[in-house]
Ligand binder design. Sequence first.
Ligand SMILES: [Zn+2]
Length: 205
Amino acid sequence: MAIKLGRRSFEGGALLQEELIAVGRELYERGLQTTRSGNISVCEGAMFFITGTGTNLGRLKRSDLVAVDLRDSAPIPPGASRETPVHKAIYNATAARAIVHAHPPYAIALAQVAKQQGIMPIHNEGAAGLQWVPIIDSSVRGKEAGEDPTAIVAELVRWCSVVIRNHGAFAVGPNLDEAAYKMMLLEDVCKIACILQSLDPANAT
Ligand SMILES: [Zn+2]
């Protein structure tokens, strides 16, 4: 079914909405999202769907999803997540076709104490799937503001995930399943690093 967006239509839009609802629920059930945090999006052609600002990703409805035009000149519709400019910039600069933004607790904690500018995965799955997880500083200024896309995009051109100090993480993929998997893997990598660090402080990240 095509979703109308102004004079343009969004082919396959209904299927993408179903995927967003299912992946939002899975991320919530796995503890990667709280009732108010995070946002996810999926792109097709020159459009993408993103979750609305303040929506509960565990209980998404079609009416919570906002269709956004990728063109720089197109305005961001009201009600779209405050991180929509970041999603738009990522789609326009990389091959990503799905994005998950979450506030994973282990990743946030580890980024706070990390001495390096990123996290090297310890286990095989993490190393194969992520290679390296860069850590950058948050650019958020004010309660209602989103992140500046520049530093996030600069990392996601090269890597499939990035952790933002004092905030959360972004993970990308060619589809929603892959982007969600990368976010889950990122949190596993950080959880393992936190456990290792507590067992042996000499192994600090
Ligand atoms: Zn956030």
